[in-house]
Design a binder for this molecule. Structure first.
Ligand SMILES: [Zn+2]
Length: 220
């Protein structure tokens, strides 16, 4: 096994979400067996396959040059989404696998619940960003967040065609149609991403839904 491969495996083994995984987590929901998980990294064959899928989703995007930053942060095999059909704020570098899952979620999972609960359409998605070189929890020490690998996105709200503004911060716990809508799109996200965290996970997620493509399957 060459050193490069060992290094890649070491990175894969240390992937982690925004929040550390404790041993007392409830049983995670399992993903359907046919879900594709694109491994982060710069394997050219994997990246080409992933970009081919993105091409078919009619997403307008730019492939970004591989970048490494201080502190083991990097953005490898990452893209910049430019037009995915619904305007979306604060999208920076995203690994191709994350971008694929996100575009599928936006294009397939949002409008039916919007019709069901609001008789309207989602016309804008608000996020709190993608790439950020930081540790899990934003802690001073510990493992890097998936955000540090451009492999996570935080979704904070939705604007509907009728002007309604649904936010995780205000509506998740408020009950009613807003909460039902958010829980529906969260449930669908659990079928597309690997780790999905909501306000039900911990207080640090009170205002956003965290989606990433690293580590083990976990949805809460
Ligand atoms: Zn996050």
């Amino acid at each position: 096994m060459n050193r490069g491969l060992i290094f890649s495996l070491a990175i894969l083994l240390t992937l982690a979400g925004c929040i550390g995984r404790s041993n007392h987590r409830p049983s995670p929901q399992r993903r359907p067996p046919n879900q594709t998980v694109v491994v982060r990294g710069n394997d050219p064959v994997v990246l080409k396959q992933c970009l081919g899928k993105l091409d078919r989703l009619v997403a307008r995007y730019a492939l970004l040059p591989d970048r490494t930053f201080g502190g083991s942060c990097d953005a490898l095999g990452a893209v910049q989404l430019r037009d995915i059909g619904t305007p979306t704020t604060n999208l920076g570098a995203m690994t191709c696998g994350l971008a694929n899952a996100f575009v599928n979620w936006v294009q397939n999972d949002l409008q039916d619940p919007a019709q069901e609960y609001f008789r309207s359409r989602v016309v804008k998605i608000e996020t709190m960003g993608t790439y950020s070189c930081r540790n899990i929890n934003g802690a001073a020490t510990g493992r890097l967040s998936e955000h540090a690998h451009a492999n996570a996105v935080d979704v904070s709200g939705f604007v509907l065609e009728d002007g309604r503004h649904v936010t995780v911060a205000n509506d998740w716990t408020a009950g009613g149609d807003g909460a039902a809508f958010l829980r529906a799109v969260h449930a669908s996200a659990c079928r597309r991403f690997v780790t999905i965290l909501s306000p039900d996970y911990n207080a640090l997620h009170h205002d956003h839904l965290h989606f990433d493509m690293g580590g083990k399957s976990f949805c809460r």
